[in-house]
Write a protein that binds this ligand. Structure first.
Ligand SMILES: [Zn+2]
Ligand SMILES: [Zn+2]
Ligand SMILES: [Zn+2]
Length: 142
């Protein structure tokens, strides 16, 4: 089962983040809010239905702007061909990934806050976070 976020007020979200409201940005943000974890080409495919002329490169640029503005966040998974993007939730959730089909779902942080793990020797660094991805096999693939 895929978790879908509630619809966002895209223009308000953009304005709050200090980004100019354009039809293209609104369309990308709405596509992002309708998908749980999506690669840029999937977002492009969704946006393309409303704005037929939009280039993949334009969607890439908008996703980067949204990520810089902390409206979106990048989900980098081991062995993934491309980064996935999701709406930033302002939490410290992690992901569980099926090693067979690649399906990705959100899981709450086991610890509750970052950093989830502390190294025995941080080499003088103040640890901000640990990137945690749980890998398993989903029911369909078992
Ligand atoms: Zn699977
Ligand atoms: Zn997520
Ligand atoms: Zn955690």
């Amino acid at each position: 089962m895929t978790h879908v976020h509630a619809p966002v007020d895209a223009p308000a979200r953009l304005r709050t983040a200090g980004l100019r409201v354009t039809a293209q940005r609104v369309a990308v943000l709405e596509a992002l809010s309708q998908s749980a974890h999506a690669p840029v080409d999937a977002l492009h495919e969704m946006v393309h239905r409303d704005i037929p002329g939009i280039a993949l490169q334009t969607v890439h640029g908008i996703v980067n702007d949204l990520t810089d503005a902390r409206i979106a966040q990048r989900v980098s998974l081991p062995g993934a061909a491309s980064s996935l993007y999701e709406l930033a939730r302002g939490d410290n959730h992690h992901h569980v990934q099926c090693v067979v089909c690649g399906r990705v779902e959100d899981v709450e942080c086991v610890v509750g806050e970052a950093p989830c793990l502390t190294p025995s020797d941080p080499h003088g660094m103040r640890i901000l976070e640990a990137a945690v991805t749980f890998r398993g096999i989903c029911n369909d693939c078992a």
